[in-house]
Design a protein around this ligand. Sequence first.
Ligand code: NAP
Length: 265
Amino acid sequence: MDLGIEGKWALVCAASKGLGKGCAKALVQEGVNLVITARGNDALQATAAELRLLAPGVQVVAVAGDITTAAGREGALAAFPAGAQVDILVNNAGGPPPGDFRHWDRETWIKALDANMLTPIELIKATVDGMAARGFGRVVNITSAAVKAPIDILGLSNGARSGLTGFVAGLARQPQLAGRNVTLNNLLPGPFDTDRLRGTMAGAAAKTGKPMDVLLDERRALNPTRRFGSADEFGAYCAFLCSVHAGYVTGQNLLMDGGAYPGSF
Ligand code: NAP
């Protein structure tokens, strides 16, 4: 299927690794020019080189910076070459740490809200009216399955991402956006085989004394598919949502979790 987005420009945040990188790979293979970000410049440049090899002729601009800061967001937006605009925005950042809410102070909460709620909202604010004026726009927010089925130790994530989800649900339905072919959707990953998942598992291994392989197998066995998702699968779904064919999908929370969520709806 031709996704119909060749030549468009996308900002894919937090894309040197994991799910963001999966989205960047899928988009670049559809001929979408990219600005990608991450804090660590070495991994970011390596990913940019990989993307250029995947799709010679497509432009890939890599900007190192913390997307949760105003400077990081300004740097990312300023990296678009003259004449290029953000047609597609993939919002992503690292997730907040796990813990017990009894130990979280205001600063901890503000950090989580900044990263996983206010940063995507700021980037949406900077881009959607331009998208509407041009008659095409796609926003995909990478959130979490924890929005639908909260995990107790991930209270910071549950809270911040639910705030974003509520905001997007209202905004996506504004006729000045929906009526101008601008869609906003949230993609909710369950367990995906990325550095983050392996980092969480390494923490659990250190705590329990169980070997990491055993913990990974136990976690896989909990999923109906008996495996983790791959970043490439995630990217393919994201690219479809960014395609010309997905103009009638907006304001949705799309779970991608191998069927782990047990409800009918
Ligand atoms: P990952 O493999 O650790 O990759 C995270 C990427 O984001 C890296 O490229 C990292 O590069 C970049 N990044 C992190 N913080 C950033 C910041 N402040 N500014 C710019 N770039 C930043 O993580 P992932 O598994 O892809 O997870 C992506 C998101 O999905 C996270 O919010 C995570 O909580 C959520 N999620 C993941 C899973 C899963 O199973 N993997 C499940 C549910 C939700 P630098 O460190 O160099 O900045």
